[in-house]
Design a protein around this ligand. Structure first.
Ligand SMILES: CC(=O)N[C@H]1[C@@H](OP(=O)(O)OP(=O)(O)OC[C@H]2O[C@@H](n3ccc(=O)[nH]c3=O)[C@H](O)[C@@H]2O)O[C@H](CO)[C@@H](O)[C@@H]1O[C@H](C)C(=O)N[C@@H](C)C(=O)N[C@H](CCC(=O)O)C(=O)O
Ligand SMILES: Nc1ncnc2c1ncn2[C@@H]1O[C@H](COP(=O)(O)OP(=O)(O)OP(=O)(O)O)[C@@H](O)[C@H]1O
Ligand SMILES: N[C@H](CCC[C@H](N)C(=O)O)C(=O)O
Ligand SMILES: [Mg+2]
Length: 533
């Protein structure tokens, strides 16, 4: 049975609903006879565009009470509807109209939230469903991933409510009935998912990011909690990784209990903590991934090779498994799902090994990885995961930057995390967007230098303007047994500078540089800096 949607408040008469062609929050896309919902934004208040929406033929305008009051004062006859939470109304109406015009929603839609790991969990869940013989899709940072060719929604991790409803119903009509969506904190705060009928949701972790938007960690976490305390219907699966420690885990567990959600915890058992539904007893890194042993409800399962590197990817895969198993799943199904884990593929641009660089006869090759780490915690986790892949005598290098027009406070923390986890650090540009790249590098560098001073270490730290130049230097300097992590941009195919996106692909460039270097000569590799650690 599909979960019931919350009611549309204020409601519309059925005969009005019947004839509505569309709903939009953008006055520029109003269609005659449609509804315009005025939303507050970072740059404008949508209520400023009510006249344009009416001129374009909007039959109804929905806005917050203050905006309705203000507009009514000068336009007493305007068709205005006052609503305390217009963004939620938009999402509910988008779902209602998609159902009327496109057909039913997919049978099973699941959401994943958390600072890091949403894309990976979503991709693993899509793969698990496929292995179960189901037609599945994911919607998130990688766009729409599915075996069915459909237009991709706009390039946001969580598309706006209208695009989301339309994409989900298109998928259902194309026979895709299992869909996982990434729930970003922006998306949750802006109610982009409020209309989606959900069967389950997972929470990966909560660490520093996006404080430019949310202000405090408390507000950031509260935005993510909306998924569980407001959006999930009773009976749905609520799953979390043990990495979501302390007060947030407690709050989530209590919410699940009080709302009648089906609670599942996965990951390593913390000291004195609750025994996870699916517990990691052991995860030993190996060249081809990691050797894993799990326990389900306290019962040890046979060990297997999880063919994906990165300890955190195992947590993400287990969260995916918890979301794949319907409430009430028994031992047989869990064992079958666990059996799928050894067939999962890595996620594009997440701890992805792009090249092995030979170092001459008898010497260990250098390994080059690309990863999407763009937060302090992600850098720490991925560097920890790569450390065991450094051969004796080798070193761990990281190239990183930080994105412009995003949380400035995380930059020095990212520099510090890089110094703690790597042996050599090259600081360069990520997506500068509308900021001065040199100023962003400086902020990362300050954190790196402060951490190095605090640790009384002499690790190499270099600043290189231009990402291509930084990658070139890093690859040129690799020696036997080294590991290089190219962090921050993962699967991205472009670099955002100002309003333009310039072609740039970490994976392709890293592999090409390694290939060129391998062809070049037998000469001993140069140190990128000329210095000795
Ligand atoms: C900060 C943020 O989330 N901004 C989103 C927001 O834009 P905004 O607040 O700037 O909107 P605005 O320009 O002030 O306009 C306010 C309202 O007026 C309307 N308007 C505007 C102009 C006009 O002529 N007529 C009109 O009706 C707009 O449609 C809007 O409803 O609403 C827009 C329409 O849905 C989004 O495209 C936009 O995402 C921008 C592009 C963005 O970069 N968002 C990022 C930060 C984001 O959402 N990221 C998360 C991932 C985070 C993670 O990694 O966890 C994501 O889900 O992608
Ligand atoms: N469970 C995890 N714990 C900590 N770090 C993780 C975890 N999963 C992934 N990461 C790190 O975060 C990076 C981004 O992973 P992923 O794309 O899956 O996360 P995301 O939450 O979708 O990110 P975004 O918010 O940018 O969409 C990875 O490349 C890795 O460095
Ligand atoms: N979804 C994240 C992606 C960050 C990727 C990184 N390359 C950057 O540009 O900061 C964001 O929009 O904050
Ligand atoms: Mg993502």
């Amino acid at each position: 049975m599909k979960p019931a949607l919350p009611p549309l408040t204020p409601a519309l008469a059925p005969e009005v609903l019947e004839r509505l062609p569309a709903v939009t929050a953008d006055s520029r896309t109003v269609t005659p006879g449609g509804v315009f919902v005025a939303l507050p934004g970072a740059h404008h208040n949508g209520s400023a565009f009510i006249p344009q929406a009416l001129a374009a033929g909007a039959r109804l305008v929905v806005a917050d009470p203050a905006s309705v009051e203000a507009f009514k004062a000068t336009h007493p006859d305007a068709p205005l509807h006052s609503c305390p939470d217009p963004a939620r109304w938009l999402a509910l109406m988008a779902e209602e109209l998609a159902r009327r015009h496109q057909g039913p929603a997919p049978d099973c839609v699941v959401a994943v939230t958390g600072t890091n790991g949403k894309t990976s969990t979503a991709d693993f869940l899509r793969q698990l469903w496929k292995r179960e013989g189901l037609t599945a899709a994911s919607i998130g940072t990688l766009g729409l991933v599915s075996d069915v060719a459909l237009p991709a929604p706009p390039a946001l991790t969580t598309p706006d409510a209208v695009s989301m409803a339309s994409a989900l119903h298109d998928l259902a009509q194309a026979g895709v009935n299992h869909v996982v969506v990434e729930a970003s904190s922006h998306g949750l705060a802006q109610r982009r998912l409020d209309g989606v009928p959900l069967k389950g949701a997972g929470f990966t972790n909560l660490t520093r990011d996006h404080l430019d938007y949310h202000g405090t960690m408390a507000d950031y976490g509260t935005a993510k909690m909306r998924l569980f305390d407001t959006l999930l219907p009773p009976g749905a699966v609520a799953a979390a990784v043990t990495a979501l420690e302390g007060a947030w885990l407690e709050r989530l567990r209590a919410t699940a209990q009080s709302r009648g959600l089906h609670w599942r915890l996965v990951g390593e058992r913390s000291k004195g903590g609750e025994r996870p539904w699916l517990e990691v007893l052991e995860a030993m890194p190996e060249p081809g991934g990691q050797r894993v042993q799990l326990a389900w409800q306290g019962k040890a399962l046979p060990p297997f090779l999880f063919p994906v590197p990165g300890r955190f990817q195992l947590d993400n895969a287990l969260l995916a498994l918890a979301l794949c198993a319907p409430a009430g799943t028994g031992e047989g199904t869990v064992k079958r799902l666990v059996g799928h884990l050894e067939h999962l593929k890595g996620v594009p641009g997440r701890c992805e090994c792009c090249a092995m660089l030979p170092q001459g006869a008898g010497a260990s090759p250098a390994a080059l990885y690309v990863d999407y780490a763009h937060t302090p915690d992600a850098l720490e986790k991925v560097l920890d995961s790569l450390r065991p892949h450094v051969a004796p005598g080798g070193r761990l290098w990281v190239v990183l930057g930080a994105g412009g027009d995003r949380d400035r406070g995380k930059r020095p923390l990212m520099g510090a995390a890089a110094v703690r986890g790597a042996d050599g650090v090259i600081i360069t540009d990520d997506n500068p967007r509308h900021e001065d790249p040199a100023a962003i590098r400086q902020a990362v560098l300050e954190g790196a230098l402060a951490e190095r001073a605090a640790q009384h270490q002499s690790k190499l730290i270099h600043e290189v303007a231009g990402r291509a130049q930084a990658l070139q230097q890093a690859v040129a300097g690799l020696g036997p047994g080294d590991v290089l992590l190219v962090a921050g941009k993962g699967h991205e195919k472009g670099q955002i500078i100002g309003d333009e996106v310039h072609p740039f692909d970490d994976r392709a460039l890293t592999a090409a540089l390694a290939h060129a270097q391998a062809l070049q000569s037998n000469a001993p590799p140069a140190n990128p800096t000329g210095e000795q650690p």
